[in-house]
Every structure is written in structure tokens, then in C-alpha cells.
Design a protein around this ligand. Structure first.
Ligand SMILES: *Cc1c(COP(=O)(O)O)cnc(C)c1O
Length: 369
């Protein structure tokens, strides 16, 4: 069987070993005579899966006991709403760093629910870098600071998170969670839709510091309170059992790779391959992100003109590469190289880019393309 060279931005490539294991257990898990999807979410078999996912995530990211891990639905996008609903109290403001499309969406959802302000923004520069957060005015009035750790669409990533002191730092880590070690204690809340680095779509992981789970929010809908899910170990209602099962297999796979430290090394190698191809192309390929903000998860680049971009994407497709079109909002090209994308696939892409440049650079110089 030929695995596609899958550079999709999300849903994205899953580790082949995970798919094989799921395939093996597809019709009959734990000798139950049932598939995962047919298990009751109150059964001991499912309980083992649910706990395994929790425990492995806690272990891999070194999450202290002072934090709860929640498995929710509604994607990262519902967190844009749940966060201000639960954490933005009256009389306070929420401060957002605008670093891309998703950050902007999170900001606008919060705006519907309370006072918001902009901590920093790179919008004017086409979101080409991570903006600098200067000191925060009247911190006692700020409920939280929100950042997007990796900007999936523009291909930028935080290298050092801002120090927000006593103000809870909240991060949308949908597209880089589990790609490197993390100091959880710097954050009040971290959230991530699973479909980039954690598994299939359908489950959203929330890691929340327990003191931020408020108990006096009876005016907001039950399903939208963090407390509901924390009190019930994410089993208040039927969880997305199949997605959580696959999440547990992905976590097991990360552990078998040597954990997030080993994954990070590999991710650095993968990113270096493609960025060096861009940098050594005599300007044929141009990276969208400024060098100090480059994402190790989503590499965004353009070619000299639209004709060449189209040709590049067409030829890439013929050679078996999937998902290299840039997001519809910015165009150009994007290679998403999440944890599950093998180094060999990145090598194939780098080679393809080198050859494409070789074949087209002289045509460009002679104005033939
Ligand atoms: C993909 C993505 C989202 C949207 O996630 P959904 O699960 O589709 O709601 C939000 N934020 C970031 C950073 C993303 O990459």
C-alpha cells in the first residue's frame, strides 16, 4: 500500500502505526465482541480507554495535579466562546494577541460576551510575525491574556511566551500541542482541537488550572460550564468515544517515539529541511513568516508569480503530494508537517521543490513563465 504524502492542515496525517492498531481492533476491541463505537461510555472497557488518554496526556506533557484535563466537543472554535463565558467576569477585560485568523476569530467571539482589548497585533504586517507584547496596563482589570501558540494559516509560532505575571495566560494550541515540551505552569488554560496533532476531529482537549474552574456560573448553560465537565471527568454526557480512543492511540505512539523531546527533535529536522530549501532557492521560494517567527508545524511560502504557483501545485499533485495549497484567505503554498508526517515525506517534498525550481528558474529569467 502507498501512503499519500499528506501535508494537509487539518484534519491531517495520522501515524500509520496508529491506523494499523485501530484497524486490528476495529471489529473487536479487548475481546469484547464489539467495536469501540459500540461500547457503552459507562462500560469498563471504555473507561480504560478514557483513562488511558487522560493519563498519557498528563504524563507526556507533565501536567501537574493542579490542572484538570477535559475532553470536550465543538472544536477549538467553541472554546472561543466558552473561555470568555467562564473566565471573563463583569468589570474586567480580556486581552487578545492578534497573530492570525484564528486569534482574530477568538477575539471577535469574546467581544460578543464582554470587554476585550488588543494586547498586541501583527495584522498590519500581514501576520508575518509574532507581535511583541509590551507591559499590560492595569493588570488587576485583566481577566486573562489570550494567545495562539501556532498560527496555522500564516505559519508563525511563538518561541517564548509572554510573561503575564498573575494574569492567567490562555493559549490556543490546536496546531502545535504535543510537538515539543511545554511548561504547563505558565498557563491558566490550554486548548486544542485534536485534528492536527492529537488525532481525528471530534474531540477538543482543554487543560485548565483548577482554581479557574468557577462554581458560581449557574446562569450559563450547563454544557458550556467547565465545572460540569470537570466534575464528571468529561463524562457528563456521551463523549466522542471513537475520537478519544484514537487520541489514546496517538498518545501511545508519541510515548513510543520517545515522548515530546524526541518528537521535537524530529520536528526541528523536518522544518529545517523545508526552510533551508526555501532559503537556498535564490528567492524562487519566499517564506511568508519572518525568520524569527517561523512555525515548525506549518511552512508557508510563495512562488514568483501566480502562473508558477499554479504549475507548482499541479505538478505536486501529480507527484502524489496532498494539501499543499495555502489557506483560501492568503493563497500561496503551505506544507503542514505535524508530528505524524514522516521525515521521509519531508525529504520527498524538499527534493520536489529543488527540482521544480531547477526546471523553472531559467524559464523565469527568460520571461517564459
Ligand atoms: C484549526 C484551528 C482552529 C479551529 O479548530 P476547530 O476544531 O475546527 O474549531 C482554531 N485554532 C487554531 C490555531 C487552529 O489551527
Amino acid at each position: 500500500m502507498n501512503r499519500a504524502y499528506n501535508f494537509n492542515a487539518g484534519p491531517a496525517a495520522l501515524p500509520f502505526e496508529v491506523l494499523q492498531k485501530a484497524n486490528k481492533e476495529w471489529l473487536d476491541i479487548f475481546n469484547s465482541g464489539m467495536s469501540v463505537m459500540e461500547l457503552s461510555h459507562r462500560s469498563k472497557e471504555y473507561d480504560a480507554i478514557h483513562n488511558k488518554a487522560h493519563d498519557l496526556l498528563r504524563e507526556l506533557l507533565n501536567i501537574p495535579d493542579t490542572y484538570d484535563i477535559l475532553f470536550l466537543q465543538g472544536g477549538a472554535s467553541l472554546q472561543f466562546t466558552m473561555i470568555p463565558m467562564n473566565l471573563l467576569s463583569e468589570g474586567k477585560s480580556a486581552s487578545y494577541v492578534l497573530s492570525g485568523v484564528w486569534a482574530d476569530k477568538a477575539f471577535h467571539e469574546a467581544k460578543k460576551l464582554g470587554n476585550v482589548m488588543v494586547a498586541a497585533s501583527s495584522k498590519e504586517q500581514g501576520y508575518s510575525h509574532i507581535p511583541l507584547v509590551h507591559s499590560i496596563d492595569s493588570p488587576e482589570d485583566v481577566a486573562y491574556v489570550h494567545v495562539t501558540s501556532n498560527n496555522t494559516i500564516y505559519g508563525t509560532q511563538w518561541k517564548i511566551f509572554p510573561d503575564t505575571g498573575d494574569i492567567p495566560l490562555i493559549a490556543d494550541m490546536s496546531s502545535d500541542i504535543l510537538s515539543k515540551p511545554l511548561d504547563i505552569t505558565k498557563f491558566g488554560l490550554i486548548y486544542a482541537g485534536a485534528q492536527k496533532n492529537l488525532g481525528p476531529s471530534g474531540v477538543t482537549v482543554v487543560i485548565i488550572r483548577k482554581d479557574l474552574i468557577k462554581t458560581d456560573l449557574n446562569h450559563i448553560p450547563t454544557m458550556l460550564q467547565y465545572k460540569t465537565h470537570a466534575d464528571n471527568h468529561s463524562l457528563y454526557n456521551t463523549p466522542p468515544t471513537l475520537s478519544i480512543y484514537l487520541l489514546s492511540l496517538v498518545l501511545e505512539w508519541v510515548k513510543n517515539q520517545g515522548g515530546v523531546e524526541a518528537i521535537e527533535k524530529l520536528n526541528e529536522q523536518k522544518a529545517a529541511l523545508i526552510y533551508s530549501t526555501i532559503d537556498e532557492s535564490e528567492g524562487f521560494y519566499q517564506g511568508h513568516a519572518k525568520a524569527d517567527s517561523r512555525s515548525f508545524m506549518n511552512v508557508t511560502f510563495t512562488l514568483p508569480n501566480e502562473t508558477l504557483t499554479k504549475k507548482f501545485l499541479e505538478e505536486a499533485k501529480k507527484s502524489g503530494f496532498i494539501g499543499l495549497e495555502g489557506h483560501r484567505s492568503i493563497g500561496g503554498c503551505r506544507a503542514s508537517i505535524y508530528n505524524a508526517v514522516p521525515l521521509t515525506h519531508c525529504e520527498k517534498l524538499a527534493n520536489f521543490m529543488v527540482n521544480f525550481k531547477k526546471e523553472n528558474f531559467s524559464l523565469l529569467i527568460s520571461h517564459e513563465v
